[in-house]
Design a protein. Structure first.
Length: 386
């Protein structure tokens, strides 16, 4: 079987969640069923990142290069096209190739979150990063029109994607209703629910949980929307006023457009024991850390939570999105806190830092329960829809 992944970015396991999942699926498909896996992508990545090995890869460059993609599908005799969030593309592929191939659309985001792509702040940021003064001025001047056009077209793209795909894969059953509501879709026959597979094929040894260090960890893109890293920094500021926690440190792994803002906030408020590590392989950090912070306003799954659980790092998360409860059972394999209740969040983190007995119990439970998302279990679900 020949499988083509279509991604926004070239793939490395050291990038974001979608890229790490693509890397895992590619390796598992090739190992377990001798599939040939190919990649088509739109944007390259820094050469410093070690790239995932595919049987072939194609840089499309522009989203308008549908003809180039179609030619590649035919040339490589592709059986399954796995679209990783490319709304609207299923229609063009289906109309060009017909029923000769299977099209599967995997949505890694909360339905409708793409509306944020046309926010004023995002539009200004894109112009700031691009060249061409006149073109950027025209783009910003036309922003109100472009926004209305995008917001009108987006639900239609959802419906077209559903209509022209053989399957639409969501990470949680809790996401089916938001998807159908946003896309004005009348049935649910094409939906399949497949959770994210674990990023790593090892689990932290139970007997070493007691050797964990006094480290609180964040692994995330450093962008305020939707990650809300500022809430973690504000929480840490308050926690550092407690002398009992003076020997703990907060380690932040990742980078993003708001990184400098966060560093400035830490410096201006003289917040102690915070370390920004940049983009690094998170595995060594998971092995050392004891507590994991998730402050996102919205996620479709929360891949870093299951990564933390694999290594006995107890997650503390705001109860801000529906599928969180499929990953965390409160006070069993992690802690959930009512959304936006900063006071409760600070106390939950404080308790995890101070109460080693409870922390170790939750860590052991996290390692046990997260194994239901092992590659072996999840890949079986994928192969059943191919």
């Amino acid at each position: 079987m020949n499988i083509l992944f279509v991604n926004t970015f070239d793939v490395s396991p050291f990038l974001g969640g979608t890229e790490r999942i693509t890397d895992t699926l590619c390796r598992e498909f090739r190992k377990r069923c001798l599939c040939r896996c190919y990649l088509a992508y739109y944007e390259g990545i820094d050469s410093l990142y070690k790239k995932t090995v595919f049987d072939g890869r194609l840089c499309l460059g522009s989203r308008k290069n549908v003809a180039l993609l179609i030619d590649y599908i035919v040339k490589k005799d592709i059986d399954v096209v796995l679209l990783q969030g490319q709304l609207g593309l299923a229609k063009g592929i289906r109309q060009a190739i017909g029923k000769k191939i299977k099209i599967i659309f995997a949505h890694h985001l909360y339905p409708g979150v793409e509306r944020e792509d046309v926010s004023w702040s995002n539009s200004v940021l894109k112009c700031w990063k691009s060249r061409g003064l006149m073109a950027n001025m025209l783009r910003l001047t036309a922003y109100p029109i472009l926004k209305v056009k995008h917001l009108y077209a987006l639900p239609l793209k959802y419906k077209d994607t559903y209509d022209y795909s053989d399957k639409v894969v969501l990470l949680s059953s809790e996401l089916i209703q938001p998807f159908t509501a946003f896309g004005h879709i009348k049935d649910t026959d094409k939906f399949s629910v497949i959770p994210n597979t674990l990023s790593f094929d090892i689990f932290f040894p139970f007997e070493k949980i007691y050797e964990k260090e006094k480290v609180v960890l964040i692994v995330s893109r450093l962008v305020e929307n939707p990650k809300r890293i500022s809430l973690a920094l504000r929480s840490w500021k308050e926690l550092m006023s407690d002398d009992r926690l003076a020997d703990w440190k907060l380690v932040i792994v990742g980078s993003g457009s708001d990184e400098n803002n966060y560093k400035s906030y830490v410096a201006e408020n003289d917040i102690k024991n915070i370390y920004f590590e940049g983009n690094k392989n998170p595995l060594p950090y998971y092995q050392k850390a004891s507590v994991f912070l998730m402050t996102s306003a919205l996620e479709s799954w929360g891949l870093t939570i299951t990564e933390a659980q694999q290594f006995g790092v107890v997650p503390v998360a705001f109860d801000s999105y529906p599928s969180l409860h499929e990953v965390i059972e409160n006070n069993v394999n992690g802690i959930t806190v009512k959304n936006d209740r900063m006071d409760l969040y600070v106390e939950a983190v404080r308790n995890m830092m101070l109460d080693s007995e409870t922390r170790n119990r939750l860590a052991e439970s996290a390692i046990k329960k997260v194994q239901r998302f092992s590659a072996e279990q999840v890949v079986k679900q994928w192969l059943s829809i191919f």
